[in-house]
Design a protein around this ligand. Sequence first.
Ligand SMILES: Nc1ncnc2c1ncn2[C@@H]1O[C@H](COP(=O)(O)OP(=O)(O)OP(=O)(O)O)[C@@H](O)[C@H]1O
Ligand SMILES: [Mg+2]
Length: 173
Amino acid sequence: MTATLLRHCADDSATSQLGAELGRALRARGLPPLLIVLHGELGAGKTTLVRATLRELGVRGRIKSPSYALVEPYNLEKLDLELKRSVQITAYHIDLYRFSSSEEWLDAGLGDVLDGKSLCFVEWPERAPGLPTADLDIRITPRGEAREVSLHSGSPAGEALIDCWASAGAGAG
Ligand SMILES: Nc1ncnc2c1ncn2[C@@H]1O[C@H](COP(=O)(O)OP(=O)(O)OP(=O)(O)O)[C@@H](O)[C@H]1O
Ligand SMILES: [Mg+2]
């Protein structure tokens, strides 16, 4: 089973709004470790969306595009329901535009980042063929200033996230 969410974002603030909704859905699910990939041409709005998600998850200060550094790490606080206290989880915002093979990805040590304990947002995942299957696959297609955004689950965790999001009345489909 897969779950899908489709949204039309008329301008960049609508795309940011969608990113914030993703942040709220992630928090409602207890901020699980997930691999979230974002497809879309240069300037589609991948960074715009992730920036709004990170902001919603409590990141303060400047949120840079990872185009140059490749990886930007963020420490997030989440409530551990079993321990009944807040714990830290690392979010990684990654841009693979400059990669061309799975060897490069592994040589750069980025395999360690996908340790199953982190929340990873990956732009240009198609540049790293060896990447594990994503829990959530986001596709952004420009239509003039507007963007068609589709979100597909690739795992039970991704499906639960979209179901939680849809049942919060945040989206259709
Ligand atoms: N509806 C929209 N949604 C998102 N961004 C939009 C929209 N309309 C215009 N924009 C503009 O498009 C640009 C998107 O840039 P952004 O860095 O988010 O793209 P990107 O997909 O991450 O590109 P890259 O592949 O180069 O990393 C921004 O300048 C933003 O203001
Ligand atoms: Mg980007």
